[in-house]
Design a protein around this ligand. Structure first.
Ligand code: GLU
Length: 552
């Protein structure tokens, strides 16, 4: 009775009971294996690649089981809030093909039957459950000031005792309702704490979907459930929200694993069915010899915007993340080169337990494969979409010479071993600049690459001879025969004696002619197939290139 009165004095504005909400938010009617997962970020405004990693895993688990994936905004720490962050989160995820079935749809809008989906709007719900716990003697007001809390901590440190607010250290735990009511009526500030029924002598066995079987002592901490500002702590909000929203699988960062004993206890005290948990390892990076968390401050690649700026296709980033979610993705991709990535079954059990290593070299590798599998038109389309924002000059060329642009992305695409030239769109310019006179003729002489076995004069001699006989209307075989004939002729002229003795030894000379021609036309010593390049350039352009090369 006394507890009921205390509850009433503490939260007089709360009129509902837990039953009201348990009835309002009906148990979901899930078919078969359907799973309900969520992405639950704090709206801090910074989109970390680890967020996409976690969201992708949760989205796949829900979608592949034909379940529900929803977005909940955890904004109970209002200091960290940034305007526009919700819309930015939604747009970022959408860009990675991650869409929500339910939850927030904008800064102040949502869809679904289990809302509000923003924690700051769920105050009444949390307080209703807190009031009920107080009424049942399972929670209590704590009036300890910061100074008192510090004093407790200092004493615990001095006595080498476990820190925290529990057992004999929990000063307000045993206040009578009468005492508590008197303090509240005096206007003393308070937080609401759980009266933990736990005993650290007892162990709890638990199965985590990622970490496997784990065991931990029961929690005996009287954790804060409602802060002095009336908002819930993460622990309490997690319990209430995931229960009422019907989450079946809580996938979240492993930094929450140490809090699991608290959460297990909260679900029990609240009488809720526990969800399954999968604690996802953080995204790590190798820094010299040490593995450390990808840091917002030190690593540009921790920001989602980095991938956009560099021009990694979204598909590449998704496939790369799937690779670190489940390392068997790579093999699956090899066996199913044309399948949509959504057909790959993500399994939390197959996730690395110790930390997913993020590695740009591997990302480049994955991305080259992704781009290489795309049709040229698609590459062109994605490239100009990127260039429009990040390389206006290239955008203009690509639009002006659209046909050439599409053709150059088609070089060697159809063959058995398609080229893997680009990992990201910012790689393109350097590799194709010679297709555009405006860029090509700006190149300084020092940058011109020659075949390793000749100087500029020799390259000019060979290119000059070839310039007289080239014919791009020939089919590839005839074109090559001509190149070979030229090689023999030039080789013969250069070294009649050797040639006469052993004509078949002149194989190298074809590559010499090709090398000199390549330098003249592209200023590079390593390019895709020369015949194809000449076809894309057209006769006039090739002629002009030879002419200007000879004038250098
Ligand atoms: N808001 C929490 C975080 O960003 C979410 C953890 C969870 O998914 O439960 O870490």
């Amino acid at each position: 009775m006394d507890n009921k009165r205390l509850a009433e004095v503490m939260l007089p504005e709360i009129k509902h009971t837990p039953e009201y909400y348990l009835d309002k938010y009906k148990k979901r009617n899930l078919k078969g294996e359907a799973k309900v997962t969520r992405y639950a970020p704090s709206p801090t405004g910074f989109q970390h690649i680890g967020g996409v990693f976690a969201a992708l895993a949760a989205e796949r688990i829900a979608k592949q089981s034909e379940g529900v994936f929803y977005l909940r905004i955890e904004d109970t720490d209002q200091k960290r809030e940034v305007e526009g962050a919700i819309a930015d989160t939604i747009a970022t995820m959408h860009n990675f093909n991650i869409d929500f079935d339910e939850g927030m749809t904008g800064e102040d809008t949502s869809k679904g039957e289990y809302g509000p989906y923003k924690q700051s709007e769920r105050g009444e719900i949390y307080k209703t459950f807190a009031k009920d716990l107080i009424g049942r003697g399972l929670a209590y007001p704590c009036f300890c000031s910061e100074e008192e809390m510090n004093a407790i901590r200092e004493e615990q440190t001095a006595m080498k005792e476990t820190p925290g607010y529990y057992g004999k250290w929990a000063k307000c735990r045993d206040l009578t309702s009468k005492e508590a009511i008197a303090r509240i009526e005096k206007g003393d500030k308070f937080v609401i704490r759980l009266k933990s029924p736990g005993n650290i002598e007892n162990r709890v066995d638990f199965h985590d979907l990622v970490k496997g079987d784990i065991s931990f002592p029961e929690s005996n901490q009287d954790i804060v459930i409602i802060k002095s500002d009336g908002l819930p702590t993460y622990h309490f909000a997690h319990g209430i929200d995931d229960a009422l929203m019907g989450t079946t699988h809580v996938t979240r960062g492993e930094e929450w694993l140490p809090s699991l004993p608290i959460h297990v206890q909260l679900f029990e005290v609240l009488g809720f069915e526990k969800p399954q948990y999968g604690h996802i390892p953080g995204v790590m990076k190798l820094d010299g010899e040490t593995k450390r968390k990808l840091s917002k401050r030190k690593d540009p690649e921790s920001a989602v915007s980095y991938y956009k700026e560099q021009g990694y296709p979204v598909q590449s980033v998704i496939e790369y993340l799937l690779n670190i979610i489940n390392s068997n993705f790579e093999q699956w991709r090899e066996e199913n080169p044309t399948a949509d990535y959504t057909e790959f079954p993500v399994a939390l059990e197959k996730m690395s337990k110790s930390g997913a290593l993020f590695d740009i070299i591997k990302l480049n590798d994955v991305s080259k494969n992704v781009i290489c599998r795309m049709k040229a038109d698609k590459v062109y389309e994605l490239y100009i979409a990127w260039a429009k924002d990040y390389d206006k000059e290239m955008y203009d060329f690509m639009v002006k010479y659209e046909e050439r642009g599409k053709a150059l992305f088609n070089i060697d695409k159809e063959g058995p071993k398609p080229r893997k030239d680009y990992a990201k769109w910012s790689d393109v310019k350097e590799k194709v600049f010679y297709f555009f006179d405006e860029l090509f003729y700006n190149e300084v002489k020092e940058n011109i690459e020659l075949p390793s076995n000749m100087d500029l004069e020799e390259a000019k001699r060979i290119a000059g001879a070839y310039a007289k006989i080239f014919d791009i209307s020939n089919d590839k075989d005839t074109w090559f025969e001509n190149l070979k004939a030229m090689a023999l002729e030039l080789g013969y002229a250069a070294d009649k004696k050797t040639f006469k003795k052993n004509p078949e030894n002149y194989k190298g000379m074809v590559s010499d002619v090709a090398g000199a021609v390549r330098s003249a036309l592209t200023h590079r010593s390593n390019t895709p197939d020369l015949y194809t390049i000449m076809q894309i350039m057209d006769k006039d352009m090739v002629e002009e290139r030879f002419k200007r090369f000879l004038d250098i």
